[in-house]
Ligand binder design. Structure first.
Ligand code: SF4
Length: 436
């Protein structure tokens, strides 16, 4: 980190949390650079004198990681290693007053919608002409695109609406322009993200308009893959599946957090659906898009979850055989609906239940991966590391799903290219193959 007072200001943005927070950091990076301010993102070089921490306030672990990161830089400021420390993002939005009291070394705290105010600290203005022109920080060939902000859903356990506000869809024209700019800059894979992507359009177009958005983005030259994340089961717009079928560049992949497999628990969680309706929806997806890969997320240990309810989740996971699955331990979050309930499942039981579900999922994932041995898949090559190339099929999202691993001592591939890879071997979470 820069020694105080010698060189021109240099800003480093540090991002915590989800891909939506990453997009916010990318917009911040674009605006600061657009104002001529020397800015980097997650720079490993210790030469920045101004730090911006973009925090996560989702659940306990994430909050603790954000606080630890702020305190690390607060110490650096006390030691005179950095000059300024700014904090933004969800934790700051949610606990601004407390944080200002507890960590006075921070120069200013900003909420999730306060970029213009943060820019003012640099005597910079929010440049509207840069909207849709985003510097991305992911590998050059894939980019996240946030299609809306906030959420109108009442899920009992979730603090996100407290930090991100009501659902606001981004106008389709702006998204298409952004996709064209990203494609021009090398993006081949577009990952659509939101709090609830299936709610897209209900506010500004008075109808669920995700299918039309997918068609418009699918028409953008250079975009080879479009991947849909954060769908919501209740009111799922089935026309999305038709577009997925019609358009080759829309991945047969869907991330749809379902949270539980017991109707009683789905009711307590205020998810507006039942186990039966959920199973019907998953079956309809598989009937309409036969090779669709479905990723889901569940929560273990929500208040009121009995051993019997958990057994229902287990049988749900065994029956549905999801391609990809993640599970969180319930976190008792202030000001959420569930906070008024008794957090009656002990932490160790939450952890045991989460481990048990992941054991079952590892077996399912291994069986599904074994069935890919001998077949060939269009694979996007993401990186080279330790003598191996790492890539993904259309059924795998970056950072959360399987990878295809290719021996780089035997084969030459280019990062960012697609290659046809024949699968030779598989484990529960990875595939091994060679180009054909
Ligand atoms: S859909 Fe539910 S879980 Fe997801 S962000 Fe909205 S309130 Fe939270």
């Amino acid at each position: 980190m820069k020694t105080k007072g010698l060189k021109k200001d240099k800003v480093n943005i540090v991002t915590l949390g989800c891909s939506k927070n990453l997009v916010d950091s990318e917009v911040m990076l674009t605006q600061l650079k657009g104002n001529g301010i020397n800015t980097s993102h997650e720079s490993q070089k210790d030469d920045s004198n101004i730090i911006i921490v973009n925090t996560c306030g989702f659940i306990d672990n994430a909050k603790q990681e954000s606080i630890d990161t702020i305190l690390r830089y607060a110490d650096a400021k006390e030691e005179g290693i950095i000059d300024k420390l700014y904090v933004t993002g969800c934790l700051s939005q949610r606990y601004k007053d407390d944080l200002e009291q507890e960590i006075p070394q921070v120069d200013s705290f900003f909420g999730t919608m306060e970029l213009p105010a943060l820019l003012k600290k640099f005597k910079a203005d929010y440049k509207h002409e840069l909207v849709g022109e985003r510097i991305t920080t992911t590998s050059n060939h894939y980019s996240y695109m946030k299609i809306s902000e906030g959420c109108d859903r009442p899920c009992s356990f979730c603090a996100i609406p407290l930090m991100r506000g009501k659902h606001i869809s981004r106008p389709m024209e702006g998204l298409v322009t952004e996709a064209k700019n990203l494609a021009r800059n090398g993006t081949k894979e577009l990952l659509l993200i939101a709090q609830d992507s299936t709610y897209y359009g209900l506010d500004i177009y008075k109808k669920r308009n995700l299918a039309e958005l997918l068609q418009r983005l699918s028409d953008v030259e250079g975009i080879a893959w479009i991947r849909l994340h954060y769908a919501f089961p209740t009111g799922f717009p089935l026309d999305v599946l038709d577009v997925m079928n019609d358009r080759d560049n829309i991945c047969n992949y869907l991330d749809i957090p379902l949270q539980h497999g017991s109707t009683k628990m789905l009711k307590l969680m205020r998810r507006g659906t039942t186990r039966e309706k959920t199973e019907e929806l998953i079956q309809m997806m598989r009937d309409k898009v036969p090779d669709i890969a479905i990723r889901t997320t569940l929560i273990a240990g929500h208040p009121g979850e009995t051993e019997a309810d958990f057994e229902e989740m287990v049988s749900f996971v065994e029956r549905m055989r999801f391609d990809r699955l993640g599970i969180f331990n319930y976190s008792h979050e202030e000001n959420t609906h569930a906070y008024g309930m008794n957090d009656d499942v002990p932490d160790e039981v939450k952890q045991e239940r989460a481990n048990h579900v992941m054991q079952i999922q590892a077996e399912i994932s291994n069986e599904l991966n074994q069935s890919k041995v001998g077949r060939a898949f269009k694979t996007l090559i993401d990186r080279k590391e330790g003598g191996q190339f790492y890539g993904r099929t259309e059924f795998d999202s970056p950072e959360v799903d399987n990878e295809v691993i290719i021996d780089a001592s035997q084969h030459y591939l280019r990062i960012g290219d697609f290659a046809q890879i024949k699968i030779k071997d598989a484990t529960e979470f990875d595939l091994y193959g060679e180009p054909i």
